[in-house]
Each structure stands twice: as C-alpha cells, then as structure tokens.
Ligand binder design. Structure first.
Ligand code: 5AD
Ligand code: SF4
Length: 470
C-alpha cells in the first residue's frame, strides 16, 4: 500500500523532474478484454484531461467505454478536492457505488484524482469504504495498467498513491472528448501555495513540460484537424520557471501561435507572473484568443496578503488596464472567494469595488471552504455563514449584471464561432464559443460541426447568446 502523506506533499525540492515515456507491458494489454468502463469526472479541465488519458490507457488494456454506469464492469470516480462540496458529491457517489457493488459483486470500483492525494480522505476510505477496489492518485496515472492488475487479482482494496509528485511522462495515450478542440498540458503542479488552496498538495511541485514536446503535440493536433488548443496548467504564466532555460510563457505562446493552429487559449493565469511580454504576444497574434481568465480572489489588500497572493488591488488593476489597453477586445473573467477568514464588510466592499471597476465578462464566485492541511484552514474565522452567503449573493448580482452588459455589446454584431456540438437546449441548433469565450447557440446544420463560422448575434442573455450564420 502506498499512502498519500500531507507532510511529504508540502515539501519542495530543487530536483528537476525527469522526462519518461509511457509504456505498457504486453501482458496487460488483454486484462480488460470483454469488459467495459465508466469514468465520472469532477472538477477542472486538468481533471477532464486526465480522464481523457485514463480512458485511452484503459482502452490500451482492452476495456471499452460504456455510457451507462449501471452496466459498466469498471467504475472510476476522478475526483476534485478544491472545496468541501466537491468532496461531498464524491462521498455521495461512493455510497451509490456500495449499493452497486452489493448487486454486482464482480464490478471493480475505484477513486482517483485530487481527493485520492489527500491523506485524510484515503484514511476515511480505508476506515469506512474499503469495499472499493482501487485508489490511485494524480502522479501515477501512467502506471494504471499495473495498478489495476494488482487490484483485479486481490480481494482487498489496492491503494497506490504516490506521496510526492513523480516525473513528467510523455506519450501517455489520450482519447479526446472533442474532435475539434484539445487540451494540452504545459505544466503540472503549483508552487504558489496560496493559503486557502489544496492544489499544491494534491498536484505537487511545479513541473513544466519541455517546449519541444508541447509544440510537437500542437502540430500533431493541427495535422489531425483540430481547430483549437487550450494550454493547461494551474498557473501557466509561471511556465518554464522550473526549467533552467531562458524560455518563458511568452516564448511558448509565440511558438504555439507560429504553428498556425487556428485558436489558442490558456488557463489559468496568476496575476503575479503575467509579464508585459505575454500581453504583447497575446495582442500580436490573431490566433491567440482575446480571452483571459485572471483570478482576483479578493479586492482587499489585507485579505490578499493573508491569502498569500503577492499582489495588491492597485497592481491587479494596473495589470488589468494594461491588458485592456493592448488587447482592446479582450474578454476578462475572474475567480472570487468571499468569506475568507477574517474578511470584514470593508474588505468585501473592496472586492465589490474591483468588480465595479473591471466589469468582468463573467466570474466564478465561491464561499471560502477550509481545506485540511492548508494554512487558511487554521485561521480564525468568525464570520457567520449567513453573512458569507449574503456577500456571495450580493456579489453574484453585480457579476451577473456586468455579464449581461458585456453580452449586450454583441447584439447585432457578426463574430467568429467554433461550432462544437449540438445545442443542449435545441436539437436543431449547434453550440460553440466566440473567440472571447461566449457561448452561442446557432441555427445551423450538423454538417457545419467543427467549423469556425461568422455568426450574427440575434439575442443575448446573461450566460449565452443566440445567433444565425451570417
Ligand atoms: N475555498 C473556496 N474557493 C477556493 N478556490 C480554491 N480554493 C478554494 C477554497 N479553499 C477557488 C479559487 C480558485 C478556483 C479554482 O477555486 O477562486 O481560483
Ligand atoms: Fe491554488 Fe492557483 Fe494559488 Fe496555485 S496559484 S495555490 S492552484 S489558487
């Protein structure tokens, strides 16, 4: 048994990550023959992309994907640890798995992802949910064939979680959810240690992929007909800082732009590492989308300091204005936490002040959730939940108002949209995103899926727009 350990997860060493290649033993390629799998994914794009890797590895082993959890032979929950409610959802689902396992004792059930990297969670699983067959973490996805082999040949839970991050593994197979847009990891982990955040513990030390490998992946995607790539990392602007080379995120963005792939996005940016050169490059290349997610978290200098964010309200606004000045059509969205320990009404008003100044295109807003092992979880927090909920409600009202105002500017305009799937609300419509990441439902035939088309916006709402082919 390999257990996650909070103390180890906190450590950072100077040792550079090694680059290895994914390999699968021939004898494991038949382990899943005749069996199906179902993966339920929680959380961010990083997890969604991990699931795309897990799916391909399982198919390498002979498993076939099932769209029905109740019939699958192998069920995996790829979990998120960012807030308590993500945890609760997973534990609810584990309860459901228990019943399924009672009805069909031969199925294999397991959890992976960020919760599996948490010492407290794995202890709770061993204590209360040891009917599960397998637990593996975020650092050893590439070892899944061997891990499953062990799990399938014993009648006890197999826990295989590396306490410390591993190396960078290239050539991991991937079964992408979309034929038109793709996620490309550019780095793993995070060294920022914002005091509220569990990510540096569940995802480990920052490790950047070699830029040659990233560029080669993007070129391959372009050749395969992909229209859009999203460069993924917890803090993409710090790309390259852990490699001893003079090559940073602005260089990478420029080189990816030069591949000629039609659309490039990147998430997530930390305001601290956002350089002037990055802004310049974003403004210079038409295929780098004018959409930037720039998490604010709080507008109060006092709270930002307690959060360990290393910027002030003033420096954030300066950066925001610089981006708007260089990339005038840029849509900017953000993340905000309310109710951080000790947040006063005055601190909250500072946050509203920034929101009223920036008038974001949209924002993800959260109530602070204490995560075991993080410094903020130990801070004195005497704001009643009701007050936090009221703040969130007030904030959301303002955020929604600006989201609608931002969308209203699109009414009657013609904008490029990558049509990526059939609209959820209407079978005759296709849905896609503008360059600025606005969701548009378009009356268009299915043959147009995968095309970037000019769309005239005919109606706007807070969260989406309607349009017709121009
Ligand atoms: N509580 C509430 N929100 C959090 N986030 C990260 N950690 C926490 C936490 N402990 C939010 C931040 C981050 C987004 C992905 O999730 O706003 O940017
Ligand atoms: Fe978490 Fe992002 Fe801060 Fe890293 S930069 S600790 S992922 S909030």
């Amino acid at each position: 048994m390999l257990m996650p350990q909070l103390k180890e997860a906190r450590k950072r060493t100077k040792k550079a990550a090694e680059v290895k290649k994914y390999e699968i033993d021939d004898k494991l390629k038949t382990l899943g023959l005749g069996k199906t799998y179902y993966i339920k994914t929680y959380g961010c794009q990083m997890n969604v992309h991990d699931s795309e890797n897990i799916k391909a590895i399982l198919e390498d082993m002979g498993f076939k994907e099932s769209s029905n959890m109740d019939q699958a032979d192998l069920i995996l929950l790829n979990t998120c640890a960012i807030r308590e409610n993500a945890h609760n959802k997973v534990f609810g689902m584990i309860g459901r798995l228990k019943h399924m396992k009672q009805d069909r004792p031969d199925i294999i059930t397991g959890i992976c992802g960020c919760m599996a990297q948490e010492e407290v969670v794995v202890k709770e699983i061993l204590d209360k949910y040891s009917f599960l067959d397998v637990v593996f973490g975020t650092h050893n996805i590439h070892e899944l064939p061997g891990i499953l082999d062990k799990a399938m040949h014993k009648n006890k839970i197999e826990v295989d979680v590396m306490a410390i991050e591993g190396d960078i593994v290239e050539n991991v197979p991937v079964k992408r959810d979309s034929k038109y847009k793709a996620f490309v990891n550019i780095m793993y982990g995070c060294d920022k240690f914002c005091t509220y955040c569990i990510v540096p513990y569940t995802r480990g030390k920052q490790r950047s992929r070699r830029f040659e490998d990233i560029i080669a992946e993007v070129k391959g995607l372009k050749e395969d007909g992909y229209k859009e790539v999203t460069l993924l990392g917890q803090n993409v602007n710090a790309y390259g800082k852990d490699l001893n080379i003079k090559y940073d995120m602005s260089d990478l963005l420029e080189d990816v732009a030069k591949t000629g792939i039609e659309r490039i996005r990147f998430v997530t940016s930390h305001p601290w590492d956002f350089t002037d050169r990055m802004i310049e490059v974003i403004g210079k290349y038409a295929n780098i989308m004018p959409y930037i997610h720039l998490p604010l978290q709080s507008g109060s200098d006092r709270i930002l300091k307690l959060m360990g964010r290393r910027y002030t309200k003033e420096s954030y606004l300066k950066l925001f204005n610089k981006i708007k000045a260089t990339v005038p059509n840029a849509a900017i969205t953000t993340d905000i936490i309310v109710g951080f320990p000790g947040e006063s009404e005055e601190d909250f008003l500072d946050t509203l002040d920034v929101v009223n100044t920036c008038k974001y295109d949209s924002a993800f807003t959260f109530i602070f959730s204490p995560r075991e092992g993080t410094p903020a979880a130990k801070m004195k927090d005497d704001t009643p939940l009701k007050v936090k909920e009221d703040r969130l409600h007030k904030l959301n009202e303002i955020v929604n108002k600006y989201a609608l105002i931002a969308n209203q500017k699109y009414l009657g305009k013609v904008v490029p949209v990558l049509l990526e799937n059939v609209s959820e609300k209407n079978d005759d419509m296709l849905a896609g995103y503008t360059d600025t990441m606005k969701l548009v439902n378009v009356k268009a035939p299915k043959e147009m899926l995968g095309e970037i088309v000019n769309v005239k916006i005919t109606d706007v709402k807070t969260w989406s727009m309607d349009g017709e082919i121009a």
